[in-house]
Write a protein that binds this ligand. Sequence first.
Ligand SMILES: *Cc1c(COP(=O)(O)O)cnc(C)c1O
Length: 822
Amino acid sequence: MREISKEEFKKSIIENVKNQYRRTIDEATPQQIFQAVSYAIKDVIIDDWIATQKQFDETGAKKVYYLSMEFLMGRALGNNIINLGAKKAVKEALEELGFDLNAIEDQEPDPALGNGGLGRLAACFLDSLATLGYPAYGCGIRYHYGMFKQKIQDGYQVEVPDEWLKNGYPFELRRPEYATEVKFGGYVKTEWDGERNHFVQEGYQSVLAVPYDMPIVGYGNNVVNTLRIWDAQPIDTFSLSAFDKGDYQKAVEQENLAKNLVEVLYPNDNHYAGKELRLKQQYFFISASLQVALKKFKETNDDIHKLPEKIVFQMNDTHPTVAVAELMRLLLDQEGLNWDEAWGITTKCCAYTNHTIMAEALEKWPIELFSRLLPRVYQIVEEINRRFLIEVQNKYPNNYEKVKKMAIIFDGQVKMAHLAIVAGYSVNGVAKLHTEILKNQELKDFYEMMPEKFNNKTNGITQRRFLLHGNPLLADWITEQIGDEWITDLPHLAKLKVYVDDPKFQQEFMNIKYQNKLRLAKYIKEHNGIDVDPRSIFDVQVKRLHEYKRQLLNILHVMYLYNQLKDNPNMDMVPRTFIFGAKAAAGYQIAKKTIKLINSVADVINNDKSINGKLKVVFIEDYRVSNAELIFAAADVSEQISTASKEASGTGNMKFMLNGALTLGTMDGANVEIVEEVGKENAFIFGLSADEVINYENNGGYNPEEIFNTDQDIRRVLMQLINGYYSPQDPELFRDIYNSLLNTKNSAKADTYFILKDFRSYAEAQRRVEAAYRDENWWARAAMLNTASAGKFSSDRTIEEYVRDIWHLEKIHVDDDDVKAL
Ligand SMILES: *Cc1c(COP(=O)(O)O)cnc(C)c1O
């Protein structure tokens, strides 16, 4: 790692302030200082970036293109400083100039180009790829407005546009030299040249895709990879020629297309909305990414058949799946290959990651829309489907059920998951349980026909952001005890296990937790105006708001606890702070109502003096990567309470574990593997198993009314949803939530997420949490064991598995001399 000179860095900041803003350092605003510091950091990064790209070219190394509609990056400045090994120098330089690094970092907007877990996974993967030295590009979209900012007004979520580009983003680099045309609509003309057909798209509209590159800095290795996000620009801005030809209308339409295309990120997590603009976004960034990838390949390779030796496209969910047809199109129509050659290459270049089995999340585009927007691509999908169905019929003669279930195009729709599976050479799930459900239930037919494609890659998270950056006190303490190898080799944390029974280490560990709880309490005081007791149990559920994640189970249990306290104010109880953070998709009514319920319950409980502050409920506004870092560090209890079988993996669960929180969860997603690592006795597991849930589902659900009729405590809580207990002005306010649990007209459709079914088991697990917390030594030991056992959940491990089983990349090395030689 190269040394960064403090003095040079100071000079660089001062120069930047002067050149950019014509100000001296003491006249500059905090935002201007942030910009100046970021440009100074970017200056350092650029040399490594160039040297890395030189290594790519010289070695001709194979690259992975990670195709994703979402990259939930979080702030870059702090992370880049750490990965450059410049924290000490920068911190001191800033202090000498009279600034606090944390305050400067707080000036950066969170680039929130993603919804939740899927987008954050992509960001963690980029960090790991760079740190491990693998050649990689992230390919995505430069949304002008990322994930909306959430305001809470009168307890309701209000969505506010996220203007992250307002002040200019210092870490991006516009690359007009790679601008590429992307075409939509029109029709396909077939031209016979005496030897073969040529397919030409005519009457189309097009936009110019312009890439912006962001550096992805590896930790301490001089490697800088690239996240390339595409912006759209009109191709023919009212050029006179278009005007003269009477194409005024078309010029206006193209201008509008470019304007709308990359305007906003769709705020749905795990939900398919079927919007035309969304399909346009998908094709836009895929076509641009693939065109440039092929062009780059051809600069140094003369045989297109060797493409699979140099390039792999990893599709993050089905959102980028149009890539397989676009690659076919480029190979057939541009490179002039025949079908079999093109198919041979495509099926060696594309791999697919499945993120969900939930029906409402599966992408199925109406043929009408798909073929109108992408006429040539649709022809190719039809041909892929035709050939695939012949294979199905050969394997299963006279079995129309198989055709129905497996067809790519069926019933007027294009099924993107089927296309991804058929054209990809790898299909991976994201946790062991999830992959087993894929193989044995959801994708059983495909698994039986092509078992060799299926594999598991349990998700991971980067410890550089979620421990080293987010929890510096714990990071430093760990390094003091066992050295710093854990930063690039997380399983080293297991060395902490020898200390878990030592009271001195237990106390130090829990004291750091306490300091982090103070830090979060301060944030809560500033943002919510609520005083929370840092000695209370910090019981946290932060994640997207979704029925399957069951924030409702959590808040119903809070209501139940509050009832107990009201009945018995002297009840002996460890004080508890229930912390929530969650954005709901803007159109997801029941989810938004759940946010209102949490805030209404919080209002009543937090203002009830009679319970002596034993219970507090906090809803943290605008949950995002930057406040997530504070929250994980301060958590005692990690709520991972999804309906078993619904959460493919979860990654929040891993961040909590790494920071020494104990999991309260169902046997779902990666919780299963967390418990495998830390031991069931150091977590609190409850509820139906995935098999039990699936069994109920296959047999028409269960009857929640039985529980309502027989369990007084549950009935009381449910009645409080409709008797105005938490909404005196509008007793009907939470009727829809009540109905979702107990729709008396159709009990099979009631409580489809098994909230009442799991309630008693959850309440009992919560009692175990409380009992365990009373034993300080036990809790400290278990918390330390959680951190010490988190080694498996580094995204470094996940990436090494992708490389070994799917991508087959070689590491590159960028020496200090390579950088100096520039
Ligand atoms: C990790 C993370 C998520 C995913 O959380 P889950 O609990 O796995 O759903 C979502 N949002 C942010 C900001 C995250 O950091």
